[in-house]
Design a protein around this ligand. Structure first.
Ligand SMILES: Cc1cc2nc3c(=O)[nH]c(=O)nc-3n(C[C@H](O)[C@H](O)[C@H](O)COP(=O)(O)OP(=O)(O)OC[C@H]3O[C@@H](n4cnc5c(N)ncnc54)[C@H](O)[C@@H]3O)c2cc1C
Length: 450
């Protein structure tokens, strides 16, 4: 039996493009089908995060495709959070006490294009744009597509890999077989959505805010963040509830929007020359978590990336987790000597508990970012975490475990990180917290996490 297989990848987003490269590097025949037109020829309609935070887990996977250095060249390093209190006066909080641990702002389209260009270099990869997967015959590995002119196509393969995002058609085909697959599915929306705005470059082309930081305006029930772009602009995202004083449904006239910004985001107002125009032109996106199991069906089809585990963006890990899927799947195939059926089973067992963990951590971080980063006890905890990281080589905060420990599975990062947080928050709530020796705190952390 030939080890080289014919593989259909549904979706040429971030996960599907990297997966196509790795499957091609393994020598398989790869057919990629993407619903949208080729983004290298047709600019995409807006609506979904223009830039993203790429961190060590994503970079490790990208390295396996030989693209790490190239992609890092197009990134802007962010060393920490710049917190903008309502009363003014910025405060910088580093992500890590160690030098060189930073996250990277990268253009979603730019990154996707780099991956598509690389995938196109392989003779054994063909990418078909404008082909929407309608459904999949899972037992026979046949995918049914409709092109932009309404023509249908039926494509046969050895295996189908679904990387078609949160609304995945491949996952829906699995759901349609629920009794046989015992398919579990959950979808939980936050009662908040997101809207993107832009802070353009200053007139001389420079950045209007510190470019090496992720800017946050935490306001308890809502927040605003900004990530830098290479052209001197920032992509700003409002995370607001739908209803109430700060609700997107309430802020429905230009005057209300401007008054709201004056009251809650006063230092930012001068950076938005087109605030109300953009506010009313740009859509409100949904924020939700999707979990499902199994990820594979009948040894013939597998979902990964957002198709298997869409998460809210507050840990900046959705894409990173999707890239990590590709790396782990690749390593699993290697270990299984290219036995896809076996690899599917092992891969889903390995991954699902870890992607469930990052999904839960991301929801926790929503509350931390909009509320806690300005809280006194939380600020003390960050101060101690920095000192611990600067002093002890084996200490990592929960944030660092998730973001900078790319070899540690998310589930372990979550368990260890939560224990540490509980202890440190308890210490920082005590009136004598400043008198407790760092060594003493370190020993207490070690005692509960080892
Ligand atoms: C506001 C926001 C901010 C974010 N910020 C970050 C961040 O800072 N860091 C981070 O790591 N992650 C972030 N994420 C998450 C990240 O965007 C996703 O996790 C990532 O895009 C998942 O990649 P994917 O390829 O699995 O899915 P997608 O990027 O959704 O790609 C799926 C692809 O499949 C195609 N497709 C869909 N249906 C079909 C079909 N039926 N047939 C054929 N093709 C189809 C789509 O057109 C698309 O090209 C953010 C998400 C949001 C919403």
């Amino acid at each position: 039996m030939s080890k080289k297989k014919k593989i259909i990848i549904v979706g040429a987003g971030l996960c599907g493009s990297l997966l196509a490269i790795r499957m091609a590097q393994r020598g398989h025949r790869v057919l990629v089908y993407e619903r949208l037109a080729d983004m290298r020829k047709t600019p995409l309609a807006g609506g979904r995060s223009i830039n993203l935070a790429l961190s060590d887990r994503g970079l490790k996977a990208i390295k396996s495709a030989g693209l790490k250095e190239e992609i890092l060249e197009d990134c802007i390093g962010m060393d920490g959070r710049m917190i903008h209190p309502v009363e003014g006066g910025e405060r910088f909080s580093r992500y890590s006490g160690r030098e060189g641990e930073r996250i990277n702002s990268v253009s979603r389209t730019g990154l996707n294009i780099t991956l598509l260009d690389k995938a196109d270099e392989f003779d054994n990869v063909t990418i078909h744009f404008g082909f929407k997967c309608e459904h999949v015959n899972l037992d026979k590995a046949i995918a049914h597509f409709k092109d932009i002119d309404g023509n249908t196509a039926e494509v046969h393969a050895d295996y189908i890999l679904g990387t078609d995002g949160a609304g995945s058609a491949v996952r829906k085909s699995m759901m349609a077989r629920t009794p046989e697959l015992l398919f579990n599915f959950s979808q939980n929306f936050l009662r908040s959505g997101y809207k993107e705005l832009e802070i353009p470059p200053a007139e001389d082309g420079s950045y209007r805010l510190d470019k090496n930081a992720l800017h946050i305006w935490p306001r308890g029930k809502f927040m605003m963040i900004a990530l830098p772009n290479l052209d001197g602009s920032f992509t700003v995202t409002l995370f607001h509830p739908y209803e109430g004083e700060s609700g997107f449904n309430t802020l429905n006239t230009p005057k209300k929007v401007v008054d709201f910004f004056k009251k809650y985001y006063p230092d930012s107002l001068r950076h938005f020359p087109n605030l109300t125009e953009e506010y009313f032109n740009n859509p409100v996106g949904l924020l939700g978590t999707i979990k499902c199991y199994p990820w594979q069906a009948f040894g013939k089809a597998l979902v990964m990336g957002d198709a298997a585990h869409a998460i809210v963006p507050f840990y900046g890990q959705g894409m990173n987790a999707s890239f990590e899927d590709v790396r782990v799947f690749d390593e699993t195939l290697e270990a299984c000597n290219e036995d896809f059926e076996k690899a599917f089973m092992i891969f889903q067992e390995k991954r699902v508990k870890n992607t469930n963990a990052i999904a839960d951590l991301a929801v926790d971080n929503f509350y931390e970012m909009k509320d806690k980063v300005a809280d006194e006890v939380f600020i003390r905890k960050r101060t101690i975490e920095m000192k611990l990281e600067q002093t002890y080589a084996d200490y990592y905060s929960k944030y660092s475990l998730v973001t900078f420990q790319e070899n540690l599975p998310y589930e372990e990062a979550m368990i260890r990180g939560r224990k540490q947080d509980e202890l440190l928050l308890d210490i920082c709530s005590r009136p004598n917290w400043e008198d407790i020796a760092l060594e003493d705190i370190y020993q207490q952390v070690k005692a509960i996490t080892i």
